[in-house]
Write a protein that binds this ligand. Structure first.
Ligand code: A5A
Ligand code: ZN
Length: 479
């Protein structure tokens, strides 16, 4: 029954693929490349993660909406930079039945051009603004890079995109900062570490003024972009002629922003906390928070099972999601393995000796450390342990990533660090595009951009042209 386990930090790609199937999260064997199936257990994790994001957006004035999937080519083509970047990535609907369509439709690769024509109808005056909306939908991108389950899909399920409209550029700017704050809250709540960087000009979202992105360092030393916030300026407003009447009675174009997190927001949790035994879920999003496993002894089966059932009931009444594992065909060892793989944060074991001593054994999934707790205090014990696990997962994941962010002053050092995929490297940069491009070429890695989360003055010289640096820039090998 045991499957071969890949090591989290040695064969990360295989580890991730295997863990998704073996833990029942996503089955990626659907006969279309880049599409996958969210399986029951994975779907529950997804639902819990989604709820956190929904709550954050709902509580900050975003209204949930649902826009159409199809975009007429005429709409997609309206914003020049946007269409240039996305048309080669679109899946196109060309026929309705046997009839060729006069205007072909794209399956939305993202929704700016779906929403814009409606904003033009909805927005009349300054009183209609600001307007903040979001939707949770599937988007489709014909990715040409290697597809990977959840991480790089062609059908991106669980795309959570927000779109906001404002009267001034300053207000849009502030919205960008607020959105960054919301995403920080989300990632913090599931203990996922990140750096936030302002992307270089050539890597911004097509049609944006600028893009700010969250990146997670994966165990193989590559970064994964796990969320983005875009200031769209007036680009879409002008392309679609979306105007509002000012207090003075003039017509002005609106300002817009958009920000999105895909299934990568879920993948990030699995990646950041996983280990060689499988995934490790923060209690907050775990569909099963406690697995109760009897460790019976010949002749004591009934008593032990009964005690397990009692503890499970007590914990359920206290509000925990509990699974009582009374499967008779599996040994306790097999059950431990089963729940570890699925990342259940706490396991309660009860054997005859525990029974005799009036205690239960609690095992935490992250460190696999055991402790005993009086059976009468089990709710308290589990509660405390759940808090400790949440806290330690975050601390440990942050420490792991932080150790792998390097600050160096010379190109050679950056190069050798990136060659062995040591992590994220920060070097002084003059800010000129040409030096940025040279840097990417020299280190064979991607410019993540300027730090958006730390605003410090840097001394030093650009690693490329040796002129005075204006900031550090982050470089890493990227997914
Ligand atoms: N409308 C804006 C919000 C937008 O589409 N932005 S975006 O193109 O940057 O996408 C948002 C996030 O989706 C990205 O930061 C990335 O984390 C994720 N994403 C992009 N392409 C993806 C893909 N093929 N599979 C999974 N996630 C993807
Ligand atoms: Zn330079």
């Amino acid at each position: 029954m045991p499957v071969k386990r890949q090591k989290w930090n040695e064969d990360f790609g295989e580890w991730f693929r295997d863990v998704l199937i073996n833990a029942g999260i996503m089955d990626y064997r659907y006969p279309i490349k880049g599409s996958g199936v969210w399986m029951p257990y994975g779907f529950k994790i997804r639902k819990n993660v989604l709820q956190i994001i929904r709550d954050l957006l709902d509580n900050t004035g975003h209204d949930e909406t649902l826009f159409p999937l199809l975009i007429p080519e005429t709409s997609l083509a309206q914003e020049a930079a946007h269409v240039k970047s996305f048309e080669g990535e679109c899946f196109w609907v060309t026929h309705g039945g046997y009839d060729k369509l006069k205007v072909r439709y794209a399956l939305r690769p993202t929704s700016e051009t779906v929403i814009a024509p409606m904003l033009k109808l909805w927005i009349r005056s300054h009183a209609d603004l600001p307007m903040k909306m979001y939707q949770v939908v599937n988007v489709f991108r014909h990715e040409t890079k290697a597809t990977r389950p959840i991480i790089r899909m062609r059908e991106v399920a669980t795309f959570k995109e927000a779109h906001t409209c404002h009267t001034t550029g300053e207000e849009a700017e502030k919205q960008v900062q607020d959105a960054i704050g919301l995403y920080k809250q989300f990632f913090d709540s599931v203990g996922v570490p990140y750096v936030v960087s302002r992307r270089p000009e050539w890597d911004k979202f097509a049609g944006a003024l600028y893009t700010t992105a969250f990146d997670l360092l994966c165990p193989d030393g590559r970064v994964l972009q796990i969320g983005t916030v875009h200031n769209l300026g007036q680009n879409f407003a002008k392309a679609f002629d979306i105007t509002y009447e000012t207090k003075e009675g003039n017509q002005e174009h609106i300002w817009t922003t958009s920000y999105g997190i895909s299934g990568r927001g879920i993948a990030a949790v699995l990646i950041a906390h996983g280990d060689d035994n499988g995934i490790v879920l923060p209690p907050r999003i775990a569909p099963i928070q406690v697995a109760v496993v009897p460790v019976p002894y010949k002749g004591k089966e009934e008593e032990v099972n009964q005690a397990c059932s009692d503890v499970a009931d007590t914990l359920r009444k206290a509000g925990f999601c509990v699974e009582l594992d009374l499967r008779s065909e599996l040994t306790p060892g097999n059950k431990f393995y089963y729940w570890e793989l699925r990342g259940v944060p706490i396991r309660v074991e009860i054997g005859p000796r525990d029974l005799a001593n009036g205690v239960v054994t609690l095992v935490r999934r992250d460190s696999l450390k055991k402790q005993t707790c009086n059976a009468s205090d089990v709710v308290c014990g589990v509660q405390k342990l759940a808090e400790e696990i949440s806290c330690d997962l975050k601390t440990n994941a942050e420490a792991w990533m932080k150790k792998r962010v390097y600050r160096v002053n010379r190109l050679g050092e950056a190069k050798s660090l990136l060659k062995r995929k040591a992590g994220i490297v920060e070097v002084p940069w003059c800010g000129k595009d040409e030096c940025g491009h040279s840097l990417e070429e020299a280190v064979e890695a991607r410019l993540l951009g300027f730090p958006e989360d730390t605003k410090e003055k840097v001394e030093g010289k650009c690693v490329v042209c040796e002129e005075q640096a204006v900031n550090v820039v982050r470089v890493a090998v990227a997914y």
